[in-house]
Design a protein around this ligand. Structure first.
Ligand SMILES: [Zn+2]
Length: 493
């Protein structure tokens, strides 16, 4: 079956799909249509009348949902896709912050962003916050924004620079002039934030950066509650100086105490949970299990493809898994059985759509309702046995679907993926710029450092004594060791 291209400005109607509107009531329409005219959702219903010349997209057997929103992705690092698969957070910090981050030229940031931007759209992520902390110079920043504007998605450049203190770069007149210039006339497919972390230094040097953000009228996004890096002190300083606002986004927020969650909840901010990241890098346990007790809004994010996936299907899946895993583990430590789980598939689909819109202050995104911006995703793959039966649409999105099942994607009413293929992406050209970046980094680092970075040392663990193999007894510490942090099941330890 062929999929005709949309002519510029042509209305589009999705016909006869299961429509997850993600409106306030979470209305689900069976056999539903979604009509897009210009950059807006014009109508949602069944058997809709559409303007003459409307492009029809058959959504039979598929799921139509709002475009997904990733609130924290270091897009420049996609140039190193998969390189750090076995890193810890410490190894990441050493590689990027201390040793090799400075090797990235503006064209390398451009290459990473270009790849990441298409990657997001291909997966149905229509809005991505580019947590861009490799902007060593304004030239790097220009390159980052040029790449984002070369791709027909919706992006937020969160300006950052790990090579200098935020009190330095955020107050730099050249940086501020850049932000003013690139904001002007950028349209609503490009937003801006400031991205920096608060170390908890009692002198609170980050104050100047918060003041700059306020002056510029830009929200702040900050890695908070990251084990070994940021903690309650940072939150307390932000709060006491009046810099915690509803548009502040706290990334990870995994190792904070109740006091900090109260401060976040009371000031209306939101938390961007990057479960795949938190699970393997070590920022702390993915915090949804405790965040829900504070009523803090949540959005989802993928963090960086130097390790992880870049689609929100992975985020929804791992977030459900981590939350439920924790619930079961804690119950088992008390000798109990969980018979009902808290976190639902419907909730993570909400976080991946509405949650992101709320975090970005964009109430025109995140749901399919007349008048909303037309960022729409159709999940449909007739060639896949995983596409049927379609019984529980939220469960299907969260646990069954994957990026290859994303059939059609619209951003701002424009078709950017059709019939499982990106529209207007010159991937061979993107690949050529990536090849040049990898070649540059590899030759700058040298073969030895390049290989060492990808193959971090592993801890040398002893294999436990096993009484059933009649090995000679070696030590108490390995003979009886149990692999649990919660003690013996049923004990009060
Ligand atoms: Zn991050």
């Amino acid at each position: 079956m062929s999929h005709p291209d949309q002519v510029a400005g042509q209305p589009v109607v999705f016909r006869n799909g299961t429509v997850l509107t993600m409106d306030d009531a979470h209305t689900v329409l069976a056999g539903g249509d979604v009509l897009v005219v210009d950059d807006r959702v014009a109508a949602v219903g069944t058997a809709l009348d559409v303007p003459e010349g409307t492009l029809e997209v058959d959504a039979t057997g598929g799921i139509v949902l709002p475009g997904m929103i990733d609130t924290h992705r270091h897009m420049w690092q996609t140039a190193m896709r998969g390189y750090g698969a076995d890193w810890t957070l410490t190894q990441y910090f050493v590689w990027y912050y201390l040793e090799h981050g400075r090797a990235f030229r503006p064209e390398d940031v451009h290459a990473g962003n270009l790849l990441s931007a298409w990657d997001a759209l291909e997966a149905g992520v229509t809005t991505t916050v580019d947590w861009s902390h490799g902007l060593q110079t304004v030239d790097h920043a220009e390159a980052a924004v040029d790449a984002l504007q070369a791709v027909p998605g919706r992006f937020v450049l969160a300006y950052g620079n790990i090579q200098a203190g935020p009190w330095e770069w955020a107050t730099d007149p050249a940086v501020q002039a850049f932000l003013e210039r690139r904001r002007t006339g950028a349209g609503d497919r490009l937003g801006f934030q400031l991205a920096f972390d608060v170390t908890g230094d009692p002198a609170f040097p980050e104050k100047a950066a918060f003041e700059a953000a306020r002056e510029l009228g830009l929200p702040v996004t900050t890695h908070a509650g990251v084990w070994g890096a940021t903690n309650d002190e940072g939150i307390r300083l932000m709060h006491e100086h009046g810099f915690m606002t509803p548009e502040t986004v706290y990334v990870h927020a995994a190792t904070l105490t109740t006091d900090s969650y109260h401060r976040i909840a009371a000031t209306g901010g939101s938390i961007s949970v990057s479960t795949e990241s938190e699970q393997s890098a070590g920022q702390g346990y993915p915090p949804t299990w405790q965040v829900r007790r504070h009523g803090i809004p949540v959005s989802l994010s993928m963090d960086t493809s130097v390790w992880w996936s870049s689609d929100l299907f992975s985020a929804m899946r791992t977030t459900l898994g981590a939350d439920r895993s924790r619930e079961h583990l804690e119950a088992h430590a008390k000798g109990e059985t969980v018979t009902q789980v808290h976190l639902r598939a419907e909730q993570v689909v909400d976080w991946a759509t509405r949650g992101g819109a709320r975090a970005l202050g964009r109430d025109d995104l995140g749901s399919l309702e007349p008048g909303k911006k037309a960022d729409v995703v159709l999940i449909r793959n007739d060639d896949s046995p995983v596409s049927f039966p379609l019984l529980n649409p939220y469960g299907h999105v969260a646990f069954q679907a994957q990026r290859g099942d994303v059939h059609t994607v619209l951003v701002d009413g424009r078709m950017v993926k059709s019939g499982h293929r990106l529209v207007g992406a010159d991937l061979p050209a993107v690949r050529a710029t990536l090849d040049a970046t990898v070649e540059h980094l590899r030759s700058t680092l040298g073969e030895e450092a390049w290989a060492a970075g990808m193959n971090p040392a592993t801890p040398d663990d002893e294999v436990l004594d096993n009484p059933y193999t009649y090995t000679e007894y070696k030590s108490d510490s390995t003979h009886d060791a149990r692999g649990t942090v919660f003690g013996e099941p049923g004990s009060s330890a």
